[in-house]
Design a protein around this ligand. Structure first.
Ligand code: GLU
Length: 467
């Protein structure tokens, strides 16, 4: 059997971690088995589907490299096919026209609740064989079997059994003529030859209804795997409309796709205590067996840790190329300073995200107007002028401009003027960056270059004198 999976989001909100996990597991399962992965947009609920959500889905999947072999299919482009199948079911008498008005149904519902019963359609039109009529509102319902059980083997939860007596006759076509989710999903999975359905546990209750429709259409029952939910850090269910972060915002905030995928695969799946998985390992090792039944919880610190790991372990060239876009978005012109790879090399071990790196390397490419106030109060003393003047003189005359020689000058000035090296470093750091935090100052001066470094020292001297 050729494995075929699908990711079938409804475009009613942003693509978030939960939906990406469903997509990732389906994608990995297909890739692991050399199968196919389909993208299908379930957009028949016209009032809730938005094109902005479709963009968020497509862009998010592309950014993460979760490529699809077929699609994107749009359910709204398959309406003729659904009509055809509905007619087939009507002819077969497995579906029927229902003319109960919403008011009637509401009255019945209230009565049932009052009696302490589960509200359900009582089957008023089930055997009336009403013909389609023009100018009259009707829905089409599926004739769910009245008796018996539906049993399926969920790959994560084991055997699940539902009683047909608990299910009512599902609307498969609304009064506006649009087919409904539970119906379209069955027709699509059948037409697209989906073998494995991996999706959120909120669809467990839909599964018996879908299986009944499948039986009626003579389709083969696919393998189901229902994933447990993901909770936010406070333990609340994440939902599209409330607390879910759009996947693209992780991109904007400087996360790497490698880190996010590695983080997401571990939300509910494990392989011993292994934490780091690159894409090829994910494809090789992923299976449905090790998916957990219990909910998983978002852990931002772990994501940051993984992001830092990948920033430090992927090639300098790759990281610098990604960083270029962030620099551009911040209007930092990288032509005005050292080669980005050398900057990444000295900065990357200090930061968790590409955004943080971007924010902290502006001084390599631009002159700055302000010195940090606290830094000035603490270090820009009258004596610091002598230190800076001495550094200026020696750096100006340095024959070979490199890290080692710059470091030697700093150490010698510290010794000769009897000023602590820590203080010399700090005075220089503030002069070069405007701030008190940076990696080794000699490597920074080396990258900034002689001309700019000297001019910044001069600028600091003038500033201190003006205080
Ligand atoms: N469209 C459904 C959703 O976004 C998923 C349907 C399915 O996977 O069967 O929740």
């Amino acid at each position: 059997m050729k494995v075929k999976t699908r990711f079938a989001p409804s475009p009613t909100g942003n693509l978030h971690i939960g939906s990406i996990r469903t997509a990732l597991y389906s994608w990995l399962f297909a890739r692991h088995h050399g199968g196919k992965f389909v993208l299908r947009i379930e957009d028949t609920d016209l009032s809730r589907s938005k094109s902005i959500s479709i963009n968020s889905i497509i862009n998010g999947l592309k950014w993460l490299g979760l490529n699809w072999d077929e699609g994107p299919y749009f359910q709204t482009e398959r309406l003729n096919r659904y009509k055809e199948v509905i007619n087939f079911l009507l002819e077969k008498r497995d579906a029927y026209i229902c003319i109960c008005s919403p008011q009637e149904l509401e009255e019945i519902r209230i009565k049932q609740i009052r009696k302490g019963n589960k509200p359900r359609y009582p089957g008023t039109c089930r055997n009336l064989q009403i013909k389609k009529r023009l100018n009259k509102n009707y829905v089409i319902r599926f004739k769910n079997p009245l008796f018996g059980e539906i049993e399926f083997q969920d790959k994560i939860r084991g055997k699940i059994i539902f009683n047909n007596a608990e299910l009512d006759d599902l609307v498969i076509q609304r009064s506006n003529g649009m087919p409904t989710y539970n119906f379209c999903v069955v027709v699509d999975d059948l037409d697209m030859k989906i073998t494995h359905i991996i999706r959120g546990e909120d669809h467990i209750n839909n599964t018996p209804r879908q299986i009944n429709i499948l039986h009626s259409l003579g389709g083969k029952i696919p393998v189901y795997a229902h994933l447990s939910m993901i909770l936010d850090e406070e333990g609340h269910k994440i939902s599209k409309r409330k607390n879910a972060i759009n996947i693209i915002d992780y991109h904007k905030n400087g996360f790497l796709p490698e880190a996010l995928l590695n983080y997401i695969i571990r939300l509910g799946w494990s392989y011993g205590d292994k934490e780091i998985f690159d894409i090829s390992e994910m494809k090789e090792l992923f299976n449905l067996k090790f998916i957990s039944k219990s909910p998983s919880k978002i852990n931002m610190n772990k994501l940051l840790w993984l992001n830092k790991y990948y920033i430090n372990n992927l090639s300098l060239n790759y990281i610098s190329n990604l960083l270029k876009n962030y620099m551009k978005n911040q209007n930092i012109n990288i032509k005005n300073g050292p080669d980005l790879e050398s900057v990444v090399k000295i900065l990357r071990s200090r930061f968790n995200t590409l955004k943080e790196i971007t924010e902290s390397c502006r001084y390599f490419y631009e002159e700055f107007d302000f010195f940090n106030k606290l830094a000035v109060e603490k270090y820009f003393t009258t004596e610091s002028v002598y230190t800076l003047e001495e550094l200026y003189k020696r750096m100006k005359n340095l024959s070979v401009w490199d890290n080692y020689n710059i470091l030697t000058i700093i150490n010698n000035v510290s010794k000769d003027l009897t000023v602590k090296t820590k203080v010399v470093n700090m005075v220089l750091r503030i002069s070069m960056t405007g701030n008190m935090y940076s990696p080794s100052i000699s490597s920074i001066i080396n990258l900034i270059g002689r001309e700019k470094s000297l001019s910044r020292i001069k600028k600091a001297i003038n500033y201190i004198k003006s205080l």
